[in-house]
Every structure is written in C-alpha cells, then in structure tokens.
Design a protein around this ligand. Structure first.
Ligand code: EPU
Length: 302
C-alpha cells in the first residue's frame, strides 16, 4: 500500500514520522520473505494515537512490524503500511533490580547489558533474535524461562482505546507463547525486575545456553525460529523428525536438517512455498500422531 496524498505526507512529517516508500519486507524479516509496502518509522511514541487516527481517517490499513524474526508475510504489493519504532539511544535504563527497556531494543543485547549490571534471569533468551517488544508480545521463552516472569509494567499503545496506557504486570496474562495483549496493541516499553547475580555467573549461564542452541538449531540460516508450538506433552520438532521429514522441501522452503521445527528459506523460497510446506507437514503430523499443530510463527496472509 502506498501513501501518496500530499496532505497525509505533510501530516506524517509534522508527527516526526519518516515515510519510506516501497520497502521489501523480505529485507526486514529473518525468513527473507515478504512483499512491498510503505514503512513509517516512528521516533516520538507520544504521537502514536494521532498517527493511527490519521491513517484510519484516510482508510490506510496498518500493521506493526518489530524485528520481523517470527513472521511469515505474503508477497506482492501488501495491503497494509508498516509502523516501525526507531530504537532510541540509550534503550535500557537500570535502577537497582529494575530495567526499563524500550520495545525496540534488541533482546540479546538487553540480556547482556543487564548481565553487566549483575542482573540475571534472562540467560535462556540469549540467541533469540528480535526485539524486546516482540519477545514481550509472544512471551518468548527458552531453556525453562520466559520473559513474562520478569515483567512488572508495560507501556503500550492500546488500539481498542486509541491511547497510550501503562499496565501492571499482574494485569497481563503470560502463557506459553501467548499473552493477553490484543493483536493490534503496540508495545512501547517494559519495566523488568531481575534477580541479582554476579556477572561471571550470568555469563556462564549465557555460554551454556549459546552452546545448546548452536548445537541444536540452524542459527546461520534464514528462518523464523520454531514454526509450530509444542502441543502439551509433545515436541513438534521430534514428531517431524520421527516422520523423516528433515530436508523435506517445497521449492526453496525446507525443513532444517538440524532442527525439524525450523523451516529454512534455502534460497529464494516464496511465501507460497513456505505456506505449502507448513500445511504439508501439519497434515502429516496430524495423520501420524493425531496432533493439530498450532503456528508459533505469526502469519500475515490477509
Ligand atoms: N528433537 C528431535 N529432533 C529435532 C528437534 C528436536 O528429536 O529435529 C527432540 C530433541 O532431541 C528434544 C526434544 O525434541 O528431546 C525437544 O527439542 P528442543 O530441546 O530443541 O526444544 P524444542 O521443544 O524443539 C523449544 C522451543 C524453542 C527453544 C527451545 C529451547 C517451542 C516451539 N520451541 O524447542 O523456541 O529455543 O525449546 O528451550 O516452544 C522458538 O520459539 O522459535 C524456539 C525455537
């Protein structure tokens, strides 16, 4: 979708929003798949309510794009413009056991920044690509921990109310890869409370998690992490592996040889290839094991 109306372009500039026209989402997603649209780079979060209402008034559909690391997007000219937060400097502030973190902050860098201030707990998240906002929205987790456990406050744009709000951690439910945020809420910042731990000890935990991840996940290939959620009491990766599907492909979309719940863009995979591979694997798992696998990756397919 393109923003051409001079009146809208002028209003965006008044709101301090930078409009970049014709951006390929293939370049803004870890899978390297996705069509083209206009992207609005937002610096001043306080203007978000005005920005969204401006877009609504002009019938311009929008979606929020964070780090793009857990996303599979259709191709062609996309029917939505993207909102994207520009990362401020600094993006983390520490006070005692609290870390105030901007949603656009890189998750891994935040974990190491907090570690340097002797604040631990998030070692498992090292190596999870993406922003803190994305991790918050999905309740990212690994190696027995999840970010939701440390959340004390969240600043967000509440789409239903059309305004910025601050929620207490206790007002938000964090479940396995699921939160009570509405799909169109936009995360802006989070206050985490982290346990004190000596830097060296945290670093040791980070090394162990990094090593586990390197040995079991295809880190240097284009993917969106695990494609499916694990059903209660079962492992999607193990089931796909047991079906002998490692290396199984549709076009350049391929089940990773290293971890069967990671699907790789091995070259020029199209969105259609990836959707077809996902549907095929889901059906085979259903037929063999009786589990209806749920997507872990977010699909933007209309
Ligand atoms: N397994 C296989 N073959 C495979 C992959 C896994 O047999 O190809 C077996 C493993 O040997 C292990 C079991 O399946 O016994 C579980 O595998 P793993 O420890 O790799 O964890 P997972 O359940 O597949 C989950 C998360 C990951 C997270 C890891 C580490 C989900 C869907 N996945 O994977 O998160 O990094 O645990 O804690 O919850 C993500 O969210 O994108 C993601 C990758």
């Amino acid at each position: 979708m393109r923003i051409n109306e001079p009146q809208v372009v002028a209003a965006l500039s008044d709101l301090g929003v930078e409009l970049r026209s014709g951006v390929a989402l293939a370049d803004m997603t870890s899978l390297g798949i996705g069509g083209t649209t206009d992207v609005l780079f937002i610096r001043q979060r306080k203007h978000l309510p005005e920005l969204v209402s401006l877009l609504q008034q002009h019938g311009i559909a929008h979606r929020f794009l964070g780090g793009g690391t857990n996303l599979l997007v259709i191709e062609g000219e996309l029917p939505w413009v993207m909102l994207h937060l520009v990362r401020p400097e600094p993006d983390v502030r520490i006070e005692g056991n609290f870390a105030w973190v901007d949603a656009a902050a890189d998750l891994g860098r935040t974990v190491t920044f907090c570690a340097k201030h002797d604040l631990g707990g998030m070692e498992g998240l090292i190596g999870v690509p993406g922003t803190v906002g994305g991790a918050l929205r999905m309740n990212a987790g690994a190696y027995g921990m999840q970010i939701g456990s440390y959340v004390r406050e969240v600043e967000l744009y509440r789409a239903a109310a059309g305004r910025l709000e601050t929620l207490r951690g206790s007002e938000i439910s964090f479940e396995y890869r699921h939160t009570s945020f509405a799909p169109d809420d936009i995360m802006l910042a989070v206050k985490l409370e982290l346990p004190s731990k000596p830097y060296r000890e945290i670093l040791q935990g980070i090394r162990v998690c990094n090593e586990k991840r390197r040995s079991s996940q295809p880190l240097n290939q284009k993917s969106a992490g695990c494609i499916f959620k694990n059903p209660a009491g079962a492992s999607a990766g193990r089931m796909i592996d047991e079906l002998g599907l490692k290396g199984h492909s549709v076009g350049d979309a391929r089940v990773s040889d290293r971890h069967a719940n990671f699907f790789i863009n091995a070259g020029h995979a199209s969105a259609a290839d990836m959707f077809a591979l996902i549907a095929d694997v889901r059906e085979r798992v259903r037929a063999a094991f009786g589990f209806e696998l749920e997507n872990e990756v977010v699909f933007w397919n209309g």
